[in-house]
Every structure is written in C-alpha cells, then in structure tokens.
Design a protein around this ligand. Structure first.
Ligand SMILES: NC(=O)c1ccc[n+]([C@@H]2O[C@H](COP(=O)([O-])OP(=O)(O)OC[C@H]3O[C@@H](n4cnc5c(N)ncnc54)[C@H](O)[C@@H]3O)[C@@H](O)[C@H]2O)c1
Length: 361
C-alpha cells in the first residue's frame, strides 16, 4: 500500500483537528470528507484542500476510494457508521466513545475481525508525549517502589453545541465525555489489570443546562491486583481546563499536567488575544497543543498498524472494559452501592438513565 487514502466523517471541531494533525504525518493523504452541514463541509474542503465532499455518509463510503475512515460525528452515530465502514472494507478510527453499549462494541469487534480491518477509538492521550513518559516512569520499580494508586482529573467548562446536551445524541454526561479518557489511562498505566469493583458519585449541578446528564462525577476503582484509582470529571470548571494524572508509589510519585504544566507561563494586566480562557492575569499559554495532545502520533500509529498488520492499544477489547467501568460508575451513582465487575447484565445498559438525585432542585 503506497499511500493511505483517508476520509473524515464529521467536519466539526475534531474533524478539523484530525485534518490539521495529518499535515504532520507521512504516508497518508486526506481525499474525502462528509458532513450533513454543507456550509461547514465546504469551509473544511477549502481549508484542507479536499474536493471530494458529500453530505451523504453512504455516498461517501461508496464513491470514495478510501482505505481509512475517521469518524468524528456526534456520539450516538459512531457505532452504526463504524459498522458500515468496516463492512465496506475500510480501516476505522472512531473518535471516543467507540460505542455506547457493550452489545454494539462486540458487534464492531466481530466485524473488524471478519473483515481483517484495524479498528481503534480515539485515545490521543496514549500518544501525548507527556503521558507516555509518565507511564514509563510509573513502571520504574527503582524509582516508584510499589505503585498503589492513580489520581486523575479532567474538568472543562462543558461542551457547547446542541447535540452535546441531547441525551439521545451524546449518550452520557461528563463521565462518558471526559471520564472515558481517564479510565482508559488507568487501564493503560496498570498495563492490562482489570477493575473488579467500582464506586461512583454523580451530580447534576446545573440541571437547567444538562437535564438528565451529570455535569460532575467521581469514581473510585479497585483493580484485581488490589491497586486503586480515583477519577474526577466535571463540565463546570472555571479558569481553564484541567487534565492532570498522578501515579503514587511507595518510593516515588509522578505527575503530568497537560495544560498548566506545559512550561510556559505569562502575565498580563490586559488580555492576550490568541489565548483560550483564562486570557488575563497569570496564564499558561498553550503551544503545539495538537502535537502535545498526541493527535499526529495517533494517526501515525494507525497508519503503521494498517501497513504492517498491527493493532492499536485503544481497541474494542479495551473499550469493552472502559465502557463496563463507566456503566458501573453510573449504576453505583444511582444505587449508592459499590458495583462488582464484570457486570452480568451489562449488554444493553446505557449511560443516560436519570440520576438518583440532583443537587440543585
Ligand atoms: N479525542 C478528543 O480529544 C476529542 C475532543 C473533542 C471531541 N471528541 C469527539 O469527537 C466527536 C465529535 O465532536 P466535535 O466536538 O467535533 O463535534 P462537532 O459538533 O464540532 O462536530 C460534529 C460534526 O459531525 C457532523 N455530523 C453529524 N452527523 C453526521 C453524519 N451522519 N455524517 C457525517 N457528519 C455528521 C455535524 O454536522 C458536525 O459538523 C465526538 O464524538 C466527541 O466525543 C474527541
């Protein structure tokens, strides 16, 4: 295979990030894109030099001579679009969440195996240089001693855009949106150990904005080897996004802060114009954020797996376990009890059943 021909389904925020990341990647070319929003699609085509544009996913998969499809649409469409793309013989990188039920995830795994295609979900943090280094240090017995716990925080100001707050489109709240990254990191750092028990707490602090979706959630995970992890997510963060992972050992400690520990800080009595919030006072300007977040490296790994017949770490099997943990967090938050894994009735469970209580009525 000389050059991988790539197409993107969904030309919104993440579709654009993948197109920009691809500029740093050899061996692949973006040749087609699809989005029902014609104006957005045409803007995307102009910005990224793509002329095979269609608003119809079926036409996109039929007509374009594609090797690899990236799915960056609203969450509820991921599983069905991935199934169609795999059945059409494409390799597929699906933005997280890979699927919203364990049943859907199993179906995708079966299709990928049957068609011998590489299927992965978008876990860019596995490729973020800082997180790769953290994982390496966490495995250093001399430096860390016995690693016994991980602490994770991912808090944002919350999504904007219509579909993000529609339960039937998004499929879950902050714990699905942000927690799936953190739970994936827990499993990745513990290198294959599985969670055996999960305790969760979820709240909807702003029900007028989030409806039945939680905007604040905590999880406590116990792994089969006795190690533990805690995970905190929120859509309520003020003062800029937080994404921090810490690993605790009996002799050592390692911490990665994606945004505020980038090594660059600045102060202004005015307001920096090219900066995300917060842009005044003491600030932490991002630099090379697409690279520092691992997006080009993720695409390189995908292309390598396609060309060399390899696999990706963020695959169906990992998603199956991550989703099972997220479903257990949700159940625990609703029942007030710790939930044991594996779930015996998890196949079709979803993450959008209303929470047991909401704090701000
Ligand atoms: N890995 C990450 O860092 C990260 C960050 C943000 C979002 N995401 C994920 O990326 C996905 C997209 O999020 P976003 O923020 O880009 O949303 P977005 O709203 O900016 O873009 C979604 C796009 O999909 C289009 N779309 C809807 N139905 C479609 C279909 N059937 N075929 C093709 N296009 C369709 C919409 O018109 C829109 O342009 C979500 O699943 C989200 O979880 C991942």
């Amino acid at each position: 295979m000389s050059e991988i021909r790539l197409g993107i389904l969904g030309t919104g925020f993440m579709g654009g990030i993948h197109a920009r990341a691809l500029r740093d990647v050899a061996g692949a070319r973006l040749i087609a894109a699809c989005d029902p929003d014609r104006a957005r699609l045409e803007d995307f085509g102009r910005e990224h030099g793509v002329d095979r544009l269609t608003t119809e996913p079926a036409a996109f998969l039929d007509t374009a001579n594609l090797d690899l499809v990236i799915i960056a649409t609203p969450n509820a469409q991921h599983a069905a679009l991935a199934a169609t793309a795999l059945s059409a013989g494409k390799h597929v990188l699906v933005e997280k969440p890979l699927a919203l039920t364990l049943d859907e995830t199993r179906t995708l795994q079966t299709l990928a195996l049957a068609h011998r295609r590489v299927l992965a979900y978008g876990e860019n943090l596995f490729f973020a240089p800082k997180f790769r280094r953290l994982r390496e240090l966490a495995a250093d017995d001399n430096g860390m001693g016995r690693v016994y716990h991980q602490r994770h925080v991912f808090e944002t100001a919350g999504p904007d855009g219509e579909w993000w707050l529609d339960p039937s489109q998004v499929g879950g709240g902050a714990m699905l949106d942000l927690g799936c990254h953190l739970v994936s990191l827990c499993c990745w750092i513990y290198r294959g150990s599985k969670a055996r028990a999960v305790t969760g707490h979820s709240r909807t602090v702003e029900p007028h904005r989030c409806g039945v979706l939680e905007d604040f959630a905590l999880a406590w995970l116990e792994f089969e080897d006795g190690r533990t992890a805690d995970v905190r997510t929120s859509w309520l963060q003020r003062g800029g996004e937080e994404l921090v992972t810490e690993v605790l050992g009996t002799k050592g400690f390692v911490r990665a802060d994606l945004w505020k520990g980038m090594g660059l800080s600045a102060y202004t009595q005015g307001r920096f114009s090219s900066m995300w919030e917060p842009a005044s006072g003491w600030v932490h300007p991002e630099w090379e954020w697409i690279q520092n977040s691992g997006y080009p490296q993720q695409l390189r790994a995908m292309i390598h797996a396609i060309v060399n017949g390899g696999a990706m770490e963020a695959d169906c099997q990992l998603w199956q376990h991550v989703l099972e943990i997220l479903l257990a967090v949700n159940r625990s938050a609703r029942t007030g009890r710790t939930v044991s894994l594996p779930l015996d009735d998890g196949a079709t469970l979803t993450l959008t059943e209303p929470l047991r209580q909401s704090v701000n009525e």
